[in-house]
Write a protein that binds this ligand. Structure first.
Ligand code: FES
Length: 215
């Protein structure tokens, strides 16, 4: 994502509180579908959403302790990505080459970030803000930015002080491009802001942007 003249490979893929231990959710990074999951002890991983066996989406699977199991034939992958068990061959030690393909992932300030393996620079800073909510829009990141000239671009999204939901808020919108012309916004606001008012304001904003895109 190129924002504000700088390039960052980190793309926000959710709020930390929405991916609790034992959960797997879909994600997306630069057109690549992902499975983002957190083990029972809290280890967070972002993998390509494709089982090495026959390509089933790993985001359709389920977390078992420190592993992610594919829903199709039950192959289970440990947090290092390596296949640990194959139910049809319980006595087989899976070859080390069978492994899920990992991207880099990190958490900071309540946000989950994903980048290409080994490509990431410093994480975009959103310190001092409070994670609010995520919501999907039928609009591209550039259309969202164009509709919000009061916010400035920074690596990861848009931020600035705006009036939303009837109050002035320090708003940060982290943009994650999805498939089919949609964008997920991961919103943060100032610690003193009214989260209910800002959240309602975001829904109004979504309606307004989507109407503008459809017009
Ligand atoms: S496709 Fe995943 S275990 Fe077979």
């Amino acid at each position: 994502m190129k924002t504000g003249g700088r390039v960052t490979n980190w793309v926000a893929n959710g709020l930390s509180r929405d991916v609790v231990a034992g959960v797997v959710v879909p994600g997306r990074w630069q057109g690549v579908d992902l499975a983002i999951w957190r083990s029972a002890t809290g280890v967070l991983r972002a993998w390509k959403d494709r089982c090495p066996h026959r390509g089933m989406r790993l985001s359709h699977g389920f977390v078992r302790g420190e592993g992610l199991s594919c829903i199709y034939h039950g192959w289970t992958y440990g947090t290092d990505g390596r296949c640990r068990s194959i139910p049809a061959h319980p006595d087989l030690v899976p070859p080390a080459a069978i492994r899920a393909e990992a991207l880099d992932c990190a958490e900071a300030d309540g946000v989950i970030w994903v980048a290409g393996a080994g490509e990431a620079g410093p994480l975009p800073a959103v310190t001092g803000l409070v994670p609010l909510r995520s919501l999907a829009l039928h609009a591209l990141p550039g259309q969202i930015a164009a509709a919000l000239p009061g916010l400035r671009l920074f690596p990861g999204g848009l931020r600035g002080v705006v009036v939303l939901g009837g109050i002035q808020t320090s708003l940060c919108l982290l943009l994650q491009e999805l498939a089919r012309g949609q964008t997920m916004i991961h919103a943060l606001c100032g610690p003193q802001d009214d989260p209910v008012a800002v959240s309602r304001g975001l829904e109004d904003l979504r309606r307004s942007i989507e109407q503008g895109v459809a017009a």
